[in-house]
Design a protein around this ligand. Structure first.
Ligand code: NAD
Length: 482
């Protein structure tokens, strides 16, 4: 059993820009609330990039994160120009922080918003999708970014969202994807949502195509509760959600993995406010509340959160949320923190107080093992750089199909242009040329042979993508749309 008086080791980074000011304000409040923290401080950001570490973090800092497994992080300034990696993406992927949890709540009338009843939590997949960062310039005209989505990745995030909803007394989980277009990748996410949702009969579920779902979120956010979504959509939607709730300065977030968790404000280092004692420390404070709940100190979390709500309600506001006529006092970063400290032990009177005493951390059940599908290769897409008309390319390729593989189709940016293309279709220099064996099996040697003949014939191919069926179901888009 955990010792209720023990101090929990955490790693803290003060960051860049407004980072040091909002971190000091946050730590002052957490400690005054009785949080039992044993703090290890690491350096991240500009000074570390300047020392030649391309991801903005030094090797000894990783040691601290591995040791404490809990990271309270202030924002950093990402250097401009090439050669630098995003620190956040590096930390999320290196430490397996697969779930990005971003609650956004309206605090009307104390913070101006058109959506006074908004209370949405976005659970964003944090490691996959276009953020794999695998990009290529393939031809003179065309660049590619690979969108990678895995079944274990989907299962983990979707289950996390349902478990989060259950543990936090939420009523509904909504899934946002674009599976009408990306039928395999986003289709998998949606399919897993439907599958795992069956295990949570007490929760409402719905699915939205992300474009209309986003419009609905911006217009009527109070109709949503918990939203689970792939990485890129979640990135965009969570900033919109925070902004329409009142201010990006008010939202905290948790990046949660199996072993490590990182807590931060959702905003950046706001360099123009740095050193002015003007930034709102609320986002990082609320991230601190999430951290206290994560490390099993819910009483301290509750004291901080309720005192913070009482401060907001008293009209003690930083400049970003100050409204003349509504706010009582415009304060700087440190004075805001002092106002929260003065209210520790108080509860808000008009805003709903929070209660974390009974909250229980949840563990994700291990994914159920699945037997691997029977995979059969049935063809290959040869991607080619070519300047000319589709018929001329088909003519050129006819000379290389003297094995089991024959040319079935050519597409340009996903639109079929051969056979029977339309003359109006705009074509780039990047062509996908599909070779199949009439649906029958194809060997890797067949594909190597085709590639060798293409090279001999001077076909400038830039990649091959094997076409496989899994338990008889095509694992590739049919790509015949016009
Ligand atoms: P930003 O979030 O720093 O600022 C955007 C706007 O919001 C600014 O007008 C700013 O004044 C305001 N703002 C942000 N936080 C505020 C706060 N706490 N109180 C009051 N107003 C606040 O975004 P940006 O200007 O696009 O980025 C600045 C730097 O931060 C960039 O280098 C960017 O790469 C970096 N960044 C870091 C993180 C992170 O470390 N997690 C996240 C986003 C951006």
């Amino acid at each position: 059993m955990s010792n209720p008086t023990a101090f929990t080791p955490i790693t803290v980074a003060h960051g860049d820009g407004i980072g040091p000011e909002i971190m000091q304000a946050t730590l002052d409040v957490l400690q005054a609330a009785g949080a039992r923290l044993d703090i290890e401080t690491i350096e991240i950001g500009q000074s570390v990039y300047a020392r030649g570490f391309s991801a903005g973090i030094a090797p000894d800092a990783w040691e601290s994160l591995r040791r404490t497994r809990v990271f309270l992080k202030a924002p950093i300034t990402t250097p401009q120009g090439g050669g630098f990696k995003s620190l956040n993406v590096t930390i999320r992927k290196s430490l397996g922080l697969f779930a990005n949890v971003r609650p956004t709540t309206a605090y009307a009338p104390f913070v101006a918003t058109r959506h006074p009843n908004m209370d949405v939590v976005i659970v964003r997949e944090n490691e996959e999708d276009l953020y794999a960062g695998i990009e290529h310039r393939q031809t003179d005209q065309v660049f590619q970014c690979l969108k990678l989505v895995s079944r274990p990745g989907c299962e983990r995030i979707v289950r996390y969202a349902f478990e989060y909803a259950r543990a936090n007394g939420r009523r509904k989980v909504s899934c946002f994807t674009k599976d009408n277009i990306m039928k395999l990748t986003d289709g998998l996410f949606h399919e897993v949502f439907d599958e795992i949702g069956l295990e949570y009969p007490e929760l409402e579920k719905d699915h939205w195509i992300v474009d209309i779902g986003a419009a609905r979120l911006a217009d009527a956010p109070e109709t949503f509760d918990v939203i689970v979504t792939p990485n890129l959509y979640g990135d965009i939607l969570s900033d919109i959600a925070a902004e329409i709730a009142g201010s990006v300065g008010l939202a905290g977030s948790a990046n949660v993995g199996q072993n490590v968790a990182m807590f931060e404000a959702i905003h950046g280092s706001a360099p123009t406010l740095a050193g002015l004692d003007a930034a709102n420390p609320s986002g990082l404070m609320l991230a601190g509340v999430m951290m206290l709940n994560h490390i099993g100190q819910p009483q301290a979390a509750e004291r901080v959160h309720n005192a913070w709500l009482a401060t907001l309600e008293a009209g003690v506001h930083t400049a970003d949320v100050f409204q003349s006529g509504q706010s009582a006092q415009k304060v700087g970063t440190q004075a805001f923190a002092q106002s929260v400290i003065e209210r520790l032990g108080c509860k808000p009177q008009r805003l709903a107080p929070v209660s974390y005493g009974a909250a229980k951390p949840f563990a994700l059940p291990a994914p159920k093992p699945r037997p691997p599908a029977h995979k059969q290769t049935v063809g290959v897409d040869l991607f080619v750089q070519f300047d000319g008309a589709p018929d001329a390319l088909a003519q050129k390729l006819s000379s290389i199909q003297n094995g089991p593989l024959s040319l079935k189709m050519i597409t340009n940016r996903g639109v079929k242009v051969w056979p029977d293309g339309l003359p109006e279709t705009f074509c780039t220099d990047h062509w996908r040329c599909r070779f199949m064996n009439g649906g029958g099996p194809v060997t890797l040697s067949d594909i190597v042979g085709l590639s060798a003949r293409a090279a001999d014939a001077g076909v400038d191919f830039i990649k091959t993508e094997h076409l496989c069926t899994f338990d008889g179901v095509p694992g590739f888009s049919l790509g015949q749309g016009q």
